[in-house]
Design a binder for this molecule. Structure first.
Ligand SMILES: Nc1ncnc2c1ncn2[C@@H]1O[C@H](COP(=O)(O)OP(=O)(O)OP(=O)(O)O)[C@@H](O)[C@H]1O
Ligand SMILES: [Mg+2]
Length: 500
């Protein structure tokens, strides 16, 4: 019997040759990146360098878009560091909390978008330095060009519209593949509008914790023939930014796994009729349900269930926040593009085995999220239109009405105070659409204070809910009249009690 026959796993070898990657492989880097995802990689690096300002600038010349710059006031790089920075897979040690980890981001992002990338940088106490990768040259022999020192310095010393800094880095992309190749004004405008919207939405989302939790400012503008136009701040976009939870008692935590293999899933349920930017995100709701995974506060996955369940419309209110600060053995590992995670064999089983403190399971969570959406849809179907509340109601109360109920396109009901002849608490004037309240109880109800136009919002809202259909009906039937008599008697007694 030969060796192979006895040990089928064994591959016999007779030596080794070194096969370095062909420089051509550079071109394949980062092929998955969109423009906004590529920019996120550069912003990652600026954040790791401790920048307080990061500016993304499109440069337009003679109508045509010619380049893109990302400038920061972070700690910068000296000669040694910049060579490692430009190396594919270049390695250094990382501090806790840094977003960088693979040594790929800058190169993958840049080559996915541009045929030439220049980096100039200044670190404290060191000369400004610069390097340039040109795809056409790099592909032949991995040769990286050294940028003239004075040029590097002049670029960094330029006024970028944020406080000047001794240190910082500028990344410049020329020959950007995705830019329109025409100088047609309208086409360029359209491109910029679309790009701005995508960049704001994407960067606002993935950096929302960092934008909200630190003094980092992320700026976006266009330089057009020397003038700066369209400058905006990228605002944070919190995928958990609801005003009030969709279900009492939620979010709840589910702890999956144990020891070094532990993950804490914070399970949120959005309110049923949400329609704000934080809920809609890019509008693709079915893909925005599921796991939101943060790596050192940078979002590295924004939706998706990773095999825990199937995405379906009924689960649109379910979003889970999960923090990792590195790969979790057997459970989860980060993709180099930082646009998702791969889950290991223990992930699913340990989530299904886990229960929150009071015994809530993952199945309870998805059931509840489905239930909240179902209820909201049911309620929405049967809600009848009401007359709009008019003057006398605080604007926030009016907004709450219009959020919850369809409003008829008719004259509103005002609610006002005057001295009514008898001790009656209220009077309904259907012709003028006014609900009068008796002035004599006003001070007492307001706790001894003088009232203002929109005072006593709770009492007014309750009365509106009670009497709206009296105003809305064609004419008052005997039942309506009897109801008014009952309310009058009880509310007058209550109001007198307030004054006594
Ligand atoms: N704006 C910057 N300021 C300071 N240093 C930078 C900047 N951009 C890049 N660098 C340096 O270049 C290195 C390489 O960056 P690159 O994005 O390619 O990889 P990484 O951040 O180390 O890892 P990852 O692939 O996870 O992004 C960084 O580790 C950092 O040292
Ligand atoms: Mg990086």
């Amino acid at each position: 019997m030969t060796v192979e026959e006895r040990q089928p796993d064994l591959v016999p070898t007779t030596g080794s040759v070194q096969l370095v990657p062909d420089p051509r492989s550079l071109e394949a880097l980062g092929r998955n990146h969109t423009l906004e995802a590529a920019l996120a990689e550069l912003v990652d690096n600026s954040i790791d360098a401790g920048a307080r300002h990061v500016l993304i600038r499109f440069v337009r010349d003679g109508g045509r878009l010619v380049r893109l710059l990302v400038i920061d006031d972070g700690s910068g790089m000296g000669d040694n560091r910049i060579d490692i920075a430009m190396t594919v897979g270049g390695s250094r040690s990382y501090d806790d909390g840094e977003i960088g980890r693979f040594g790929l981001g800058l190169k993958a992002a840049s080559f996915s978008q541009a045929r030439s990338v220049t980096v100039v940088s200044a670190a404290r106490g060191q000369n400004a330095v610069g390097r340039r990768w040109q795809m056409a040259k790099a592909k032949q022999d991995y040769r990286c060009e050294i940028v003239d020192h004075a040029f590097a310095l002049s670029q960094l010393a330029h006024d970028w519209g944020f406080p000047p800094s001794q240190t910082g880095t500028l990344v410049r992309w020329d020959d950007v593949k995705g830019f329109p190749t025409v100088d047609n004004e309208a086409a360029v405008e359209r491109f910029l509008q679309g790009a701005f919207a995508k960049i704001r939405a994407h960067l606002g989302l993935i950096f929302h914790r960092i934008l909200d939790g630190t003094d980092l400012r992320l700026l976006l503008d266009v330089e057009d023939a020397g003038d700066v136009v369209l400058r905006t701040d990228v605002p944070s976009l919190d995928p958990f930014g609801y005003a009030k939870t969709g279900a009492a008692g939620w979010p709840k935590r589910i702890r999956a796994g144990r020891g070094t293999r532990k993950l804490v899933l914070e399970c949120h349920i959005w309110p049923g009729r949400s329609n704000n930017d934080e809920f809609r995100l890019d509008g693709n709701l079915i893909e925005r349900q599921g796991l939101y995974i943060y790596y050192n506060d940078r979002l590295v996955q924004w939706g998706g269930w990773n095999g825990l369940c199937h995405a379906d419309k009924q689960l649109n209110l379910a979003r889970i926040a999960l923090n990792i600060d590195g790969d979790v053995e057997q459970m989860m590992s980060l993709k180099p593009e930082k646009n998702g995670v791969e889950v290991g064999p223990e992930f699913g089983p340990s989530v299904f085995a886990a229960a929150a403190a009071e015994g809530t399971t993952f199945a309870d969570y998805t059931d509840r999220a489905r239930g909240v959406l179902k209820d909201a849809n049911r309620r929405r179907r049967v809600r009848q239109a009401v007359l709009p509340p008019g003057s006398g109601f605080a604007p926030k109360v009016r907004r709450a009405f219009s959020r919850e109920l369809p409003l008829k396109d008719e004259d509103p009901i005002d609610i006002r105070w005057k001295r009514l002849p008898a001790e009656d608490f209220f009077e309904i004037n259907r012709e003028e659409r006014v609900l009068w309240l008796n002035q004599r109880y006003r001070r007492a109800l307001a706790g001894g204070r003088d009232g203002s136009l929109n005072d006593l919002p709770v009492i007014k809202a309750l009365l509106f809910l009670l009497t709206e259909n009296i105003f809305a009906g064609q004419n008052m039937g005997p039942r309506d009249k009897d109801n008014i008599e009952v309310w009058q008697a009880i509310l007058t007694a209550a109001a007198r009690e307030e004054t006594s």
